[in-house]
Write a new protein. Structure first.
Length: 97
């Protein structure tokens, strides 16, 4: 999604297990999107991996308090991102049985 509003619509419809969410988006920031994900019973179990160029303890605390599971800073380390997604997706869902 290109903005927070679109992200919210997609998440509500698709109900993904994992969302990689940028904290700075046009329209609605990632903090608000995360709060909305957690507020809906059908999406509250979604794993949120937040990413940002905001390298601050305040931003990290705020997004974790909103319900995010992981906080990553940019530039993203591809291996760390993939490991975070892998840890969030159950093995039977991923087809590994």
């Amino acid at each position: 999604a290109n903005d927070g509003f679109s992200a919210g619509e997609i998440i509500a419809t698709a109900r993904p297990q994992v969302v990689v969410l940028d904290l700075r988006m046009p329209g609605m920031d990632g903090f608000e999107v995360c709060r909305k994900i957690m507020a809906r019973p059908e999406t509250a179990s979604t794993v949120v991996i937040a990413m940002t160029a905001l390298h601050s303890a305040k931003a990290k605390k705020e997004i974790i308090d909103c319900g995010a599971d992981v906080y990553l800073t940019k530039p993203l380390d591809k291996e760390v991102l993939l490991a975070s997604v892998d840890a969030a997706v159950p093995r039977d869902f991923a087809g590994a049985g």
